[in-house]
Design a protein around this ligand. Structure first.
Ligand code: SF4
Length: 355
């Protein structure tokens, strides 16, 4: 055991290996800090060459004790995303993301996959932790609504020749004036709606299925096949809903967690899916009520300034909280702040009973 490894607590928390200059090298979390950190040095060190190299450089370890697994997870994620230690890979990659963009201020909007939501007048869905899935969703939506996929700006003219997309029935060809601007924008409006409204997708499946049956009854088999293709694309899109829908994560919460300090609690506010700064509060009459009221006010202010979509950095802790809520809020208490004022939040969190 190197002499720079201090005597560590056995409590849960987050550890950071640092280099001789104090720069973070690697961040991890554990339910038992002492056991976890000492574990790196048993049996000649880790098999993983990357971690072994990190330990050869490391000259110290810092720890932060936490009272719950959720706090440890959030603390670990924040340190990785903000300090960007060179030997952490997985979470760091999640600090970048991709968005589906519909540029509404163009006459003939098209879908793009972009690394950040930057343009006013555009609609965004995301973030996605990778480019492949939003590209697949983009292609499906283009086909369902016959939106253009060409990258150049459209200059409509009757003498333009549409590309193969038109011949294949996959674009209404605004380039050759086969569709008027208002009709094309209705196509784009329907696409934007489908991205945020799952039930609309189900209604479209019904509508295209009925149209397919009518066409087949009239012996218009080519037309029936076109409708069936749209049903197939809509059903495939429905399978990707897990990545598009973030409704559960966009709500506001006040979460009370245990603290490693006797007579204290950790108060974690969440505003429209954004995980705000945590506070350790003294659990004595007067102080905790005031802290909860302050946190409710902070949530209200943050909701006012919240963008329509989470940034990739906001998405990581937001998904952690969403998963914790889905698991039944182990160790803590959560109050959904939708239609709940500060007085009611004080009443509901008043027992302070956390595991
Ligand atoms: S048909 Fe015209 S508008 Fe449609 S994708 Fe081809 S070039 Fe673009």
């Amino acid at each position: 055991m190197p002499d720079w490894v201090p005597d560590l607590p056995t409590s849960p928390g987050v550890y950071t290996f640092i280099d001789p200059h104090g720069h973070p090298l690697y961040v991890g979390k554990s339910v038992n800090l002492r056991r976890r950190v000492r574990g790196y040095f048993y049996s000649g060190g880790p098999d993983n060459e990357r971690l072994a190299e990190m330990l050869r450089i490391a000259r110290g370890v810092r720890t932060v004790e936490t009272g719950s697994d959720l706090e440890a997870r959030l603390e670990e994620a924040e340190r990785i995303l903000f300090d960007r230690p060179p030997y952490n890979k997985a979470l760091k990659r999640r600090g970048a993301g991709w968005y589906l963009e519909l540029r509404w201020n163009e006459p003939f909007p098209r879908l793009r996959v972009v690394p950040r939501p930057r343009r006013a007048g555009s609609r965004y869905v995301g973030p996605f932790w990778g480019r492949r899935l939003p590209e697949r969703i983009r292609r499906l939506i283009e086909k369902i609504f016959r939106l253009r996929s060409c990258v150049e700006p459209v200059r409509p003219h009757v003498e333009n020749t549409p590309c193969l997309q038109y011949d294949m029935g996959l674009c209404t060809a605004p380039c050759a004036r086969h569709v008027r601007i208002d009709a094309y924008r209705r196509q784009a409006e329907s696409a934007a709606r489908l991205l945020v409204d799952r039930e609309y997708g189900w209604r479209l499946i019904d509508r295209f299925s009925e149209a397919r049956d009518r066409a087949a009854a009239a012996l218009e088999f080519e037309r029936a096949a076109e409708h069936q293709a749209r049903v197939d694309w809509l059903e495939e899109l429905d399978e990707y809903r897990f990545a598009i829908d973030s409704e559960g994560e966009a709500r506001s919460w006040l979460i009370l967690l245990p603290s490693p300090d006797e007579g204290h609690r950790v108060l974690q506010p969440v505003a429209a899916g954004r995980v705000l700064r945590r506070r350790t509060i003294e659990w004595v009459d007067g102080a905790w009520q005031e802290a909860i009221e302050d946190a409710c006010y902070a949530v209200g202010v943050a909701e006012l300034g919240a963008a329509a979509v989470l940034s990739p950095r906001e998405q990581v802790p937001s998904a952690m909280v969403a998963r914790w809520l889905e698991d039944g809020s182990p160790d803590g208490v959560a109050v959904d702040l939708t239609n709940v004022d500060a007085e009611e939040a004080v009443r509901r969190l008043g027992s302070g009973r956390v595991a």
